[in-house]
Design a protein around this ligand. Sequence first.
Ligand code: NI
Ligand code: MN
Length: 236
Amino acid sequence: MNPKKLGFGVTWLGHATVLYRTEGGKTILVDPWVDHNPACPEPMKKLPPLDLVLVTHGHGDHFQDCIDVLRRANPDVVCIYEISLYLGSKGFTKLHGINKGGSVTLHGVRVTMVQAVHSSSIVEDDRLIPAGEPCGYVIEFENGVRLYHAGDTAVFGDMKLIGELYRPSIAALPIGDLFTMSPLEAAAAAKLLGVGSVIPIHHSTFPALTGTPQSLRDHLKGTSIEVVELKPGESA
Ligand code: NI
Ligand code: MN
């Protein structure tokens, strides 16, 4: 089902950076890679006011612009505990450092941190800083609709458990291959989760990311799972 029919808005800012808008008008930005994101259309780099930023992990293609975005927008931030320590050392205070299995409700939105099979670190001045583990999120909007934003991950069997526990209607899944799932694994993920639709992300940013929404559609043939294909800057 289309996000609008589910009662929320989504804007893909390119790569893995996604802006969600709730029915109540709250804005949630996941992985604020904006200024240095080559896929983000220039006019979209001026962000709307942000209520909430969610960080999935410390890799540059998700986190590089985080500090600048937080300085400009001063949102509440949900991230893994270790990244909250890092951001705390930079002077930020609206931090909610949690861990997998835990939830926090902010601005009427319930955010649950879940597993992701990937790696995580922060690069600062050529130094590598440990950043805890990578994660995904289940976001429950004010209207009770739940979305699973996977972050960077491989497919894993416990996506079935995420589906059973949280019953997400829709999932934002990486499909680009190389650093994350390709469409083959993302189609398996969508089936494990039991979602009705998938928003493909983490694709087409660089030529090396070869997974396409069309390929995901091909792998989902024979199911009723819809692919919500967006171009960078587009909303649904
Ligand atoms: Ni990554
Ligand atoms: Mn990535």
